[in-house]
Ligand binder design. Structure first.
Ligand code: BGC
Ligand code: CA
Length: 294
């Protein structure tokens, strides 16, 4: 395992930092603290502190639009323009305040559809699903999931990657970017078979088609080749990295969000960087994230 150069980007006390996404057009990193319902925006080039929007409910993930963001809040998908009123685009049929499944991980495909999954309220029953919002049509695409995570696409657009974190396996589905159709899923990576700790959480694919996965409760970020082979392991200075995103002017800074939600006081004292936004430089560049188009 490599112990190289993971450092603090922004010191924070997040409960469940998640969903970092870099806007090339705005040279800005966005991310969420799911549990606190916060969405952050930060331009590292300016050197200042991030700005923060408070949504008033949990927020699972963030995606880009040409003039703002679209977020999957617990109860529904909401467009957040740079100025003007938020607009609700889709409701979460699994949501009932206090007991329902909230939205979790998601991202846009190259055609601008938003794919977003849910998480079982008890984080263990197979009651969650994966959905797709495609030009106003919101459809359920995969079912019987516990914790939908790790959504990403191969650069050649042939594969959609997805994990139910509870299974500790990452699957890939053949994908038709023109129609949005998914083929059969197949196990692509099995943490058990590789002897890796933790569960696969959020991910990002680099320009060589390798998949970087944050191992929640595994204290590391791992890189898999397009064939699903483990090619690198990077130690993270806390047990719960949640997701990664490439950013910076050259797309060679890997931003890593982290969580404190499963740490007690002793754990927090031991891992003072937990809850912050972390970063490391990488030899390979990432890919620009597509905008939501509908
Ligand atoms: C969820 C967390 C969960 C973690 C690990 C995240 O995507 O939002 O609630 O603990 O994955 O499974
Ligand atoms: Ca996640």
């Amino acid at each position: 395992m490599q112990h190289d150069g993971v450092e603090v980007a922004v010191e924070l006390d997040m409960s469940l930092g998640e969903s970092p996404v870099w806007s090339v057009a705005r040279q800005t990193l966005y991310w969420a603290d799911i549990n606190k319902g916060h969405v952050y925006a930060w331009r590292p080039r300016d050197g200042g502190a991030p700005t923060r929007i408070e949504l008033g409910e949990k927020v699972g993930c963030v995606a880009l639009t040409d003039v703002g963001l679209v977020v999957a809040a617990a109860s529904g998908i909401v467009r957040l323009p740079e100025s003007g009123e938020p607009e609700r685009l889709a409701a979460n049929a699994e949501w009932q305040a206090g007991q329902g499944n909230r939205f979790n991980d998601g991202r846009c495909d190259a055609a601008g559809r938003l794919w977003v999954g849910t998480i079982a309220a008890d984080e263990s029953s197979p009651t969650a699903a994966l959905y797709c919002l495609d030009r106003g049509e919101f459809t359920r695409r995969l079912t019987d999931i516990g914790i939908s995570n790790g959504l990403a696409f191969s650069p050649d657009r042939r594969w959609l990657y997805h994990t139910d974190s509870l299974t500790r396996r990452i699957l890939r589905y053949s994908f038709d970017v023109d129609s949005g159709a998914l083929g059969e899923g197949e196990t692509w990576v099995d943490l058990e078979a590789l002897g890796l700790p933790g569960v696969p959480d959020g991910a990002a694919v680099d320009s060589e088609g390798c998949y970087w996965s944050a191992l929640y409760d595994g204290g590391r970020v791992v890189r898999f080749s397009p064939e699903g082979e483990l090619v690198a392991e990077h130690e993270v200075p806390c047990p719960h990295p949640t997701m990664v995103a490439f950013g910076g002017a050259d797309l060679r800074t890997l931003y890593i969000t982290t969580a404190t939600q499963h740490l007690d006081a002793e754990g927090k004292a031991r891992w003072p960087l937990a809850g912050s936004l972390l970063q490391m430089r990488t030899g390979v560049a990432g890919l620009a994230e597509p905008d939501f188009s509908g």
